[in-house]
Design a binder for this molecule. Structure first.
Ligand SMILES: *Cc1c(COP(=O)(O)O)cnc(C)c1O
Length: 351
């Protein structure tokens, strides 16, 4: 606290990202990064961007990148908005689309940045509880709402919703913006991008950080019909006209076009996930069904906090949330096969 702070700063509850520790021989399974390096073509494009042109501002509207994303997703560049990580895209969506007289709805167990953004922008939010199976039940969203946001698959549960359910939710709220945060969609879910031509209230947000292994580049995007995209553009141009640098635009264009790298990397992660779930279940863990690049698991005889601490002593870092209902769960990122084997070896010493 300081007398120099504005009142809103004193009241903020900033998001706490997973830590980035620098320990030797660490198995880092705590922030859902890819265990594989990004597309070599993306890295080449980033290196090539490191030229004298860096003295020039980047394209403020990132047209080339929006075209490349549009081609990939089957929409026009006009229906694509890009930002400095999907966190920034989400922040602009909160400011541009999610603040209304009626409350914003999101799940009680979900991405913990949502309450932070709601606080930052002074948005009245209502947390809608997941059901007993830790699933989102769209019937629970039939209540007064100004807007809705939810991740699909949800985080940190990893549970995905069928596209038909997402469509029903969007169709049941024709007068409210519905934002679907698809940070993990490429690991087995069905994207709602296909619904964008049909629903003017739908905004789909994706990121290069997880399935494209470019968390360090900071690129995310949204897809929606023009009025929603225009709202994001208006906020962006009232905040930072050049959110994506030259290297980020060039790297992301090459990454989205490298479908061979993408299919191979996600295939490996999906295969490792199946194997890790089997190993965890053999050891008595309950593992929620995951369509993400992480699993959410608990052991009936071991508290989540203790397990996380004991794994840390063995240089294996996973994410634990000290939150009611999920305090005994660990969120474990899918690593390489070797990393997952080290996790299992460590668990065998503990449980
Ligand atoms: C990781 C994540 C994001 C944001 O990722 P960026 O790196 O900012 O693109 C958004 N939503 C969810 C649910 C996430 O897990």
């Amino acid at each position: 606290m300081s007398k120099f702070w504005s009142p809103i700063v004193s009241r903020l509850k900033p998001y706490v990202p997973g830590e980035q520790p620098s320990m030797a021989n660490l198995v880092k399974l705590n922030t859902n990064e890819s265990p594989y390096g990004p597309s070599e073509k993306a890295l080449e494009a980033i290196r090539a961007a490191a030229s004298d042109d860096m003295r020039l501002y980047p394209d403020p509207v990132a047209l080339g990148l929006r075209q490349a994303i549009g081609e990939r997703c089957g929409v026009s560049a006009d229906e694509v908005f890009v930002g400095n990580g999907s966190d920034e895209v989400l922040a602009h969506a909160f400011a541009a689309l999610l603040k209304h007289d009626q409350p914003l709805l999101y799940p009680d167990i979900s991405y913990s940045f949502y309450p932070t953004y709601a606080g930052l922008f002074g948005i009245h939010a209502v947390e809608v509880p997941l059901n007993d199976a830790f699933r989102i039940d769209i019937a629970d969203y039939r209540r007064p709402a100004g807007a809705i946001i939810l991740p699909n698959p949800n985080a940190p549960t990893g549970i995905g919703m069928p596209l038909a359910e997402i469509e029903r939710l969007v169709a049941e709220h024709p007068d409210q913006p519905v934002v679907i945060d698809e940070a993990y969609i490429d690991f087995g879910g069905e994207s709602a991008v296909a619904l964008v031509p049909k629903y003017e209230n739908l905004l789909v947000v994706q990121t290069f950080s997880k399935s494209r292994a470019l968390a360090g580049l900071r690129v995310g995007f949204a897809i929606g019909q023009r009025p929603l995209i225009e709202a994001l553009e208006r906020v962006k141009d009232s905040f930072n006209s050049y959110p994506l640098g030259r290297a980020a635009q060039a790297g992301a264009i090459a990454a989205i076009r490298d479908t061979d790298w993408f299919e191979e990397a996600r295939g490996k992660i999906i295969a490792t996930r199946a194997e890790l779930i089997r190993e965890l279940e053999m050891r008595g863990f309950e593992v929620l069904p995951s369509q993400a690049n992480f699993v959410f698991a608990r052991h009936p005889d071991h508290a989540g906090q203790t397990l996380a601490a004991k794994l840390r002593e063995r240089a294996v870092i996973v994410r634990h949330f000290a939150k009611p209902r999920i305090e005994d769960f660990l969120r474990i990122t899918i690593g390489t096969d070797a990393e997952c084997a080290r996790l299992i070896t460590a668990l065998d010493e503990i449980v």
